[in-house]
Design a protein around this ligand. Structure first.
Ligand SMILES: Nc1nc2c(ncn2[C@@H]2O[C@H](COP(=O)(O)OP(=O)(O)OP(=O)(O)O)[C@@H](O)[C@H]2O)c(=O)[nH]1
Ligand SMILES: [Mg+2]
Length: 314
């Protein structure tokens, strides 16, 4: 933990592996690093497969480095069918970045994850945050296509499209338009980029729920680096916005949700373990199997009768 907080790459890598493989140890690490978290700006990149997220992230990371910022990058689920093996290419492109002491790049895949990909990702972000990274960038494929709900992980969400209306229509269905703080039409070197910008703006105008921050629509060409500096400026602007009073409510809501999730998980787990130990769990399952009692009534029964016997504190 000490080395991790000092930014040591090997310590960071090891901690993230633990987050994927060992729940007990990861809790221990998380509680120790918690005081060092909450400093990094967590940026989520999402959007249709192949829109250029990885290429854009690479260029953006280099831009952040020019400004002296330390960068962490997590690519979630690179083995998904949507990435179609692009990750090998990503790795080659990312190589230049990865030799930099102050850049840490990691991919997270569904395999070997004891607590689920979403949790492992959130914890990996916490590790990078605690390691002193100024920005942590998380790449996922479009809403609903990844196990990881980017809105639960990132503070600023960048939605990346490429020209071509097909993608846009799909994305509206997937609810991607509601979660974006910044929209990007990448591959602006292609001719129908302006049309895509207009289409996105038209959709955003219908969406009046966002108050206090109007999501901008930018054009980039990740290959040439065009528009990347502007994207960085917008990301920083949104970061500053998040520190204003208006976003206090949002931060409180996040803290609330985190507590609710932790309580739910912790207590439910203890109760279930205790019931399994006495064999009662199986009995209850059988009651459901034989359709004698429904699961909610059983949960009530546990609360009313059984919970008193269960020792909740260690
Ligand atoms: N013409 C053009 N091609 C680009 C641009 N940005 C990326 N590409 C190309 O588009 C392809 C996909 O880029 P990636 O960065 O892998 O896209 P991605 O969104 O990360 O893809 P997934 O991770 O598979 O969802 C690659 O062949 C890139 O070289 C751009 O600005 N212009
Ligand atoms: Mg990618």
């Amino acid at each position: 933990v000490k080395e991790l907080i000092g930014g040591n790459k090997r310590a960071i890598a090891k901690a993230i592996t633990i987050m994927e493989e060992n729940q007990t140890e990861s809790r221990e690490i998380l509680s120790q690093i918690y005081p060092y978290t909450g400093r990094a700006h967590i940026i989520g990149f999402t959007g249709p497969g192949g829109s250029g997220k990885s290429t854009l992230i690479e260029k953006l990371a280099k831009e952040f480095r020019k400004n002296g910022k330390k960068v962490g990058i997590i690519a979630v689920d690179p083995s998904s069918p949507f990435t179609g093996g692009a990750f090998l290419g990503d790795r080659i492109r990312m190589q230049e970045l990865s030799v930099d002491e102050d850049v840490f790049i990691r991919s997270m895949a569904t395999r070997n994850n004891v607590g689920g990909l979403a949790k492992a990702t959130k914890n990996a972000v916490a590790v990078l945050d605690a390691s002193g990274k100024d920005v942590v960038i998380v790449e996922t494929v479009g809403a609903g296509q990844s196990e990881v709900d980017i809105i639960k992980v990132a503070q600023t969400i960048v939605v990346v499209f490429a020209p071509g209306l097909g993608d846009e229509i799909q994305a509206i269905k997937a609810g991607i338009m509601e979660i974006g703080d910044i929209f990007v039409v990448n591959k602006a070197d292609r001719d129908n980029a302006n049309k895509a910008v207009i289409d996105i703006q038209a959709i955003l105008e219908l969406n009046t729920t966002k108050k206090g921050w109007t999501p901008p629509v930018l054009k980039t060409s990740a290959l040439s680096g065009e528009g990347v500096a502007e994207l960085l400026n917008k990301i920083n602007e949104h970061g500053r916005y998040l520190k204003t009073e208006a976003s206090d409510i949002r931060r409180k809501k996040t803290a609330e949700a985190e507590l609710i999730e932790a309580v739910r998980e912790n207590i439910a787990q203890k109760v279930i373990e205790a019931l399994k130990e006495t064999g009662e769990f199986d009995e209850l399952v059988n009651k459901i199997l034989t359709r004698k009692v429904d699961p909610y009534s059983i949960a009530d029964e546990i609360l009313k009768e059984k919970i008193r016997r269960i020792k909740l504190s260690p």
